[in-house]
Write a protein that binds this ligand. Structure first.
Ligand code: F6R
Length: 594
């Protein structure tokens, strides 16, 4: 989703902006722009499409010496993805970038237009710049003008503004959308996530909601909550893989070793939680979006069957406004790869307001969700660049599985033998996520037969139902083909009406969980001529096509092995269709608006 960068210093500001925006590219965007203010000249460049278009547009532009700059990648909310609607938005002397949504923009726009102000774009953001310039005329100083502007806005925002009235400064405001400011010797950087800042700064401040201020080269130390920041720039190489998504699928074996490190012992599990963490917890409520929701739904089956803890799972956007009843003995778990998803964050705030014990399962340390939750556990999956989530999902399921065992161990809900058996299963699940080249080759071949039907059903039962949902989500995200995940037993209650030879059905048939039941459901589809691709340990006669996974002793290993098959199937179909796998159309990596 939208990304922001800002800079104060002596480097070539155009290059700093472009390289910062490149680090945010994986999050998804449809247009981009930069403004540079140096030697009293304010220059703005914007384009639609990829950053290469912006690079070409400003290739002859240079700005030497000290100056300030702001940059933005936009994911359209108000107004189409046009050049005019791209950020920065500028007035006569100032320029602004903004993430989030200004809910009362129409009201402000109408008032300003009635006073003769001309608006160029259809965005909510443009009101900020005109309001600021109007306030500059009436306020005694520029900071007061900025504060008055921000105080007129209702909604969520991370805002950076530069103006010729204060040419060595960047004005900033944060409410609901993430914004960081960092410093190194003689340089200040802003960004909407830490990715563009890694390797460039040695101190960072995660701004809080309600922060409004102005920054120049000397004022960083006036901030409170400054933390050290270290780290090398993460390798953003594809290491020989065709796409980041492919690399991330292959990485899962290594990632899961990191996820379990120090958490799995010989006879028990251990988590970075206080000893009294489970006190007063009798049930669990999980809240998340998209793939993270699918991980949460998988955890429900694990928590209830294996750990004996009652669990409910809700989609965060549905939870927020439903006036949910929150029982005090619930542990409220949010799951988020990015830690910035607006709906999940708001659901978490609601749970905190209701004094629930809250726990974030998250991939990004110091993200808004980690900072908001009372407790947090990191999935340790590393930066995920492919917009379609893969390693984040497997690490979430793995960590939730360990969490379930941890809670039931602490509450004596399951026996030592049961715990040992689950630990053994966790260890062999690490083997199950190793990509088998035979299976990958098979899926490459198979993919050419699955391009032109009228849709896909992914079916599974029990915990293989959320896996079916995830398989369908992966496919639709990157192939743009219509795919739905269903519980196998639900087919005959309506969806089976779609069955014919042009309907592709991917059936997840684990040997160790409800095999005969899912076989029956698959047979019913086969009898109505649907084209059936089964994923299983052994051959059976229902299949038109079969993807054989390795032999495993329990259903969770089968779960992870089948997950790899579904991720690779989506990848290979999308590649055959010629799609941009890592940056699929219309999608953003981090969804910071509701
Ligand atoms: C799917 C995908 C999305 C995210 C969802 C939640 O591949 O990536 O469905 O899972 O937007 O994002 P996080 O986990 O960052 O809260």
């Amino acid at each position: 989703m939208c990304g922001i960068v800002g800079y104060i210093g002596n480097k070539e500001k155009k290059e700093v902006m472009l390289s910062g925006l490149r680090e945010l590219e994986y999050r998804g965007y449809d247009s981009a722009g930069i403004s540079v203010l140096s030697s009293d000249v304010l220059s703005t460049f914007k384009t639609t499409g990829k950053l290469i278009n912006l690079e070409n547009k400003c290739k002859d532009f240079k700005s030497s010496g000290f100056g300030v700059a702001i940059g933005h990648t936009r994911w359209a909310t108000h107004g189409k993805a046009t050049e005019i609607n791209a950020h920065p938005h500028f007035g006569e002397t100032s320029s602004v970038v903004h993430n989030g949504i200004i809910e009362n923009f129409l009201e402000i726009k109408t008032k300003l237009e009635s006073e003769g102000k001309i608006f160029l774009s259809q965005t909510d953001t443009e009101v900020i710049i005109h309001l600021f310039e109007e306030n500059l005329n009436i306020c005694s100083n520029y900071l007061e003008a900025f504060k008055n502007t921000i105080n007129s806005l209702i909604g969520s925002y991370a805002i950076l503004l530069i103006t010729k009235s204060a040419p060595d400064k960047i004005f900033y405001a944060k409410n609901g959308s993430p914004l960081l400011v960092g410093a190194s010797k003689d340089e200040i950087y802003f960004a909407s996530s830490s990715t563009p800042l890694i390797g460039l700064i040695d101190r960072v401040c995660y701004l809080e909601d309600g922060d409004i201020g102005v920054m120049d080269i000397d004022s960083f130390n006036d901030l409170t909550n400054i933390q050290p920041m270290s780290g090398e720039k993460m390798s953003s190489q594809k290491d020989g893989y065709r796409y980041f998504m492919e690399k991330e699928i292959y990485e899962q074996h290594k990632i899961l070793q990191d996820t379990i490190r120090g958490r799995i012992l010989d006879n028990n599990v251990n988590l970075e939680l206080p000893d009294d963490f489970v006190n007063g917890v009798n049930r669990i409520l999980i809240c998340a979006c998209g793939t993270s929701y699918n991980a949460g739904l998988s955890a429900k089956y694990l928590f209830e069957r294996e750990a004996k803890i009652k669990t409910d799972v809700v989609i965060a956007s549905e939870f927020r406004y439903a006036e949910p009843i929150m029982e005090k003995d619930s542990l409220f778990i949010v799951i988020s790869q990015s830690g910035e998803t607006a709906d999940t964050l708001e659901a978490l705030k609601l749970a905190n307001k209701n004094n629930l014990k809250t726990l974030a399962i998250c991939n990004v340390d110091n993200s808004s969700i980690v900072r908001e939750a009372k407790y947090s556990l990191l999935t340790r999956a590393g930066i995920e660049k492919g917009v379609a989530s893969t390693k984040a999902f497997s690490s979430q399921v793995m960590l939730l599985w360990i969490l379930g065992i941890y809670i039931s161990q602490r509450k004596n809900l399951i026996s030592k033998t049961q715990i040992k058996a689950q630990i053994a299963s966790i260890k062999s699940s690490l083997e199950a996520v190793k990509v088998n080249s035979y299976i990958h080759d098979k899926l490459k071949k198979l993919s050419k037969r699955y391009l032109h039907g009228h849709g896909f059903f992914f079916i599974g039962r029990d915990i293989f139902y959320p896996l079916a949902l995830e398989g369908a989500l992966k496919l639709k995200e990157i192939s743009y083909l219509h795919a739905e995940g269903y519980p196998g037993g639900e087919m005959k209650h309506g969806p089976i009406a779609l069955a014919d030879s042009e309907l592709f059905c991917v059936s997840l048939m684990p040997k160790h969980l409800l095999y005969d039941k899912i076989k029956n459901n698959t047979q019913e589809l086969s009898a109505r001529d649907a084209t059936i691709c089964i994923v299983a340990q052994e051959y059976n006669d229902v299949a038109d096509d079969i993807v054989l996974i390795d032999k495993f002793d329990s259903y969770m290993e089968e779960f992870f092995a089948m997950m790899i098959v579904l991720q690779l199937l989506a990848l290979e179909i999308a590649i055959r269709l010629g799609n941009d796998v890592d940056m699929p159309r219309n999608l953003a990596k981090s969804v910071t608006v509701e």
